[in-house]
Design a protein around this ligand. Structure first.
Ligand SMILES: Nc1ncnc2c1ncn2[C@@H]1O[C@H](COP(=O)(O)OP(=O)(O)OP(=O)(O)O)[C@@H](O)[C@H]1O
Ligand SMILES: [Mg+2]
Length: 273
């Protein structure tokens, strides 16, 4: 798989002197589905803002599809490569109607009128935003729809990589499954690289293929979902618990059950063996 983002010896310190990230090294490839996890304050949001060039490394480097984020005047290029969907869509939506919201990014980078409309129509279609609501004010739409508009406005820039901060927070089970299945479709069918930041390990087990665990600004684990959840001791250090089904299987290991179960189906299959 092609490398999209290359992070080398990244340190980040906020302007007020708070150090937030220490010596991070990792590679993100085309069409990965990654969950970025870790307790509150571990650096997830800070790191994701380094991954889209919003924050520049204090030392080390972040290279996005061949562009060094420290270079001057590259921000316009970077927004077309990595899209960042805010935790709360209301922090992102600020235009008077849905159409202009989705068109904002493409207009801002100076695309022609035709090109803007083409990318808006495509993004709305993929995100499931109906043309019928194009003239409505985003503020008055249900939260799930606002989130789709927020995602459409990111898709309209046609980024390879999409980072979604807490996609399921404040949503019920049905809405969570809907947004996660939508992200899975962007990943599987549209070939995007998806990075989710979440505290919900059930969601991580069901959707992510790779987990990066942050603790106090450092990468503690970076491996397949199965291997990370099979490592409860390191996870405990950062107050992350594997999904309930994984823990159940781990606590029954004296009866020969595996450490790396990710779903009820797998647990049942292990019982039958
Ligand atoms: N604007 C800021 N100025 C100074 N320090 C900050 C700022 N934003 C975050 N920090 C600090 O940087 C560290 C990492 O914070 P960050 O918000 O990236 O963590 P997080 O993993 O996203 O947490 P959460 O799960 O609560 O969203 C923390 O110590 C935090 O206090
Ligand atoms: Mg955060």
């Amino acid at each position: 798989m092609t490398a999209l983002i290359e992070v080398t010896n990244l340190d980040f310190t906020y302007p007020d002197g708070t150090p937030a990230l220490f010596d991070i090294n990792l590679t993100i490839r085309q069409q990965e589905f990654i969950a970025l996890i870790g307790q509150n304050g571990s650096g997830k949001t800070t790191f994701s803002k380094c991954l889209n060039g919003l924050f520049k490394p204090t030392t080390g480097s972040v290279n996005i599809e061949g562009i060094d984020t420290r270079d001057k005047g590259v921000i316009k290029q970077m927004v077309t490569k990595v899209g960042y969907v805010f935790q709360n869509p209301d922090h992102q939506l600020f235009n008077q109607n849905v159409h202009d919201e989705i068109a904002y990014g493409p207009r801002n980078i100076g695309l022609s009128k035709e090109k803007v409309e083409e990318q808006v129509a495509e993004a709305a279609r993929v995100a499931g935003v109906s043309k019928d609501i194009f003239s409505e004010h985003p503020f008055f739409l249900p939260k799930g729809v606002r989130q789709r508009v927020a995602i459409a406005s990111i898709l309209a820039m046609r980024p390879n990589t999409i980072i979604v901060d807490e996609p399921t927070t404040g949503q019920d089970m049905r809405q969570s499954v809907e947004v996660m299945n939508f992200l899975r479709r962007l990943w599987k069918e549209e070939g995007h690289t998806i990075i989710i930041i979440t505290h919900e390990m059930r969601i991580v087990a069901d959707y992510a293929e790779r987990i990066v665990v942050l603790g106090k600004g450092r990468v503690l684990l970076d491996d397949t979902t199965r291997k990370v959840f099979a490592n409860p001791d390191v996870l405990r250090e950062t107050f992350v618990e594997p999904p309930q089904i994984t823990r159940l299987s781990q606590s029954l290991s004296e009866y020969g059950l595996p450490h790396d179960v990710l779903s009820v189906e797998e647990l049942v299959a292990a019982f039958k063996k």
